[in-house]
Design a protein around this ligand. Structure first.
Ligand code: AMP
Ligand code: MG
Length: 418
């Protein structure tokens, strides 16, 4: 397995003089600068669920491979004009799926044919069995029936030799169905992206661990692990690290050895205990992206021993929003997938809000009775609001007065791949 080259040292550099980067510009920068970092291997399709195609998958066979009947009925040659009644003798035998009729149906005769059966010689049209009367060895039917009715052409879905799925496609159940149908046995896919996750902060403990006064449960690491797993990547757990540069450094070193990308949370601002940003600034080509987004603090982007690091905010709500908005498309690019813009929906609001200009806002939201409700508090420490929500409402960068009934953009969690 040969690995693609690492990212460039200046890949997270911002244009000089920039103070607040709008969300769309930040996304454009990530899109332009990131590329696949995982290597490709060939393997059987049945082991490729969740993998990303490293090369186009070419159809080995056509779908359908041969012309066939779309219904249970009777096959013959030619259409029947409107109003015309036709009586036809039936040939001996029948055509069924997997059991072709190996003769030719004489002009003026019909043959019993079942769904999926290859269309035999002398047949180009099939009438539905419900549309005929049958008596002994004869059928009677009335037009109109178009020539070619109720038949499927060979290759009408996909032709042999065509690209069935493009490079960068993630293989899910529908893709497995398609590739199986067109005879693809082996696929060339990228190795799953390995994502190291670390929480930093003296105040953090794992659930179930004894908490000293002033300590809180680590919400980010379990949340980020769950998100990363939903996206089909592998998690490398770097644990909780105290606010101590030496231990955080060791964790980042391990992350860079064992993973393709590192997600940190906490310590990414410019305070006394913000060791992530200090360390990354010192030895990680760090750029602090002040993105015009709420909730969100500066996003620290860096390379640590050539491995990209996303320094997410400590606040769980901000960490989740920044992960879905920025880390999702970024990780997709690193993993070999095409750029991922979430699909939003315009839904009437069931709330009132006066939004100031300057930052794009994401609100914890859900749809009830066809309208978007937002969580009662915008406090970014309110983790319960994440669980209450079914997605996020997005309010644009500029000022906005939202009144009930006005349309807002809503992204269900599923739009972020959750
Ligand atoms: P920081 O970015 O380290 O200044 O953290 C901002 C806020 O998020 C503080 O209230 C932290 O206690 C909290 N926080 C940081 N990391 C986590 C975490 N992993 N789980 C829950 N809260 C956190
Ligand atoms: Mg902290």
């Amino acid at each position: 397995m040969i690995k693609p080259p690492p990212l460039r040292n200046d890949c997270f550099a911002l244009p000089p003089g920039v103070t607040w980067t709008p969300v769309d510009e930040a996304l454009d920068l990530l899109r332009a600068r990131l590329h696949t970092v995982v290597s490709a291997t060939s393997g059987p399709l049945n082991a490729a669920l969740g993998r990303v195609l490293a090369e186009d998958a070419i159809a080995v066979r056509s779908n359908p491979p041969h012309p066939n009947s779309a219904v249970d009925g009777y096959g013959f040659l030619g259409g029947i004009p409107d109003g015309e009644t036709r009586i036809m003798p039936l040939c001996e035998g029948r055509a069924a799926a997997g059991v072709p009729f190996d003769g030719k149906v004489p002009q003026g005769s019909a043959l019993r044919i079942l769904t999926g059966a290859p269309i035999p010689g002398g047949v180009d049209t099939v009438v539905l069995e419900e549309d005929v009367t049958r008596e002994g060895n004869e059928i009677a039917l009335r037009g109109p029936l178009k020539q070619g009715a109720n038949t499927r052409k060979a290759g009408e879905d996909v032709r042999a030799g065509e690209v069935a799925l493009k490079q960068g496609t993630k293989i899910g159940a529908p893709e497995i169905a398609l590739l199986s149908a067109v005879g693809v046995q082996d696929v060339i896919t990228f190795a799953p992206l390995r994502v190291a996750i670390v929480s930093t902060g003296d105040e953090l403990v794992d659930a179930g661990q004894a908490a000293a006064p002033g300590q809180i449960g680590d919400a980010n690491r379990p949340m980020l692990s769950a998100i990363v797993k939903s996206w089909g990547y592998e998690v490398v757990d770097l644990g909780i690290q105290p606010d101590d540069p030496a231990t955080i450094r060791a964790a980042l070193d391990r992350g860079a050895r064992e993973a393709d990308v590192i997600l940190t949370s906490g310590g990414a601002s410019a305070g006394d205990e913000d060791h992530i940003s200090a360390l990354l600034r010192e030895s990680g080509h760090m750029q602090s992206w002040r993105i015009a987004i709420k909730p969100g603090r500066p996003l620290a982007l860096a390379l640590w021993n050539d491995v990209p690091v996303f320094g997410l905010p400590g606040n769980p709500v901000a960490a989740m929003v920044c992960t879905l908005v920025f880390a999702r498309p970024a990780l997709a690019s690193l993993s070999g997938m095409q750029w991922q813009a979430p699909q939003g929906f315009q839904v009437p609001a069931n709330f009132t809000k006066s939004k100031k200009p300057g930052r794009r806002e994401f609100l914890r939201a859900r749809i009830r009775d066809g309208a978007v409700d937002v969580f009662k508090s915008e406090g970014s420490g309110r983790i319960s609001g994440l669980a209450w929500a079914d997605g996020l409402a997005e309010l644009p960068d500029g000022a906005l007065e939202v009144q009930p009934g006005a349309r807002v953009t809503y992204y269900p969690w599923g739009s972020f791949g959750l």
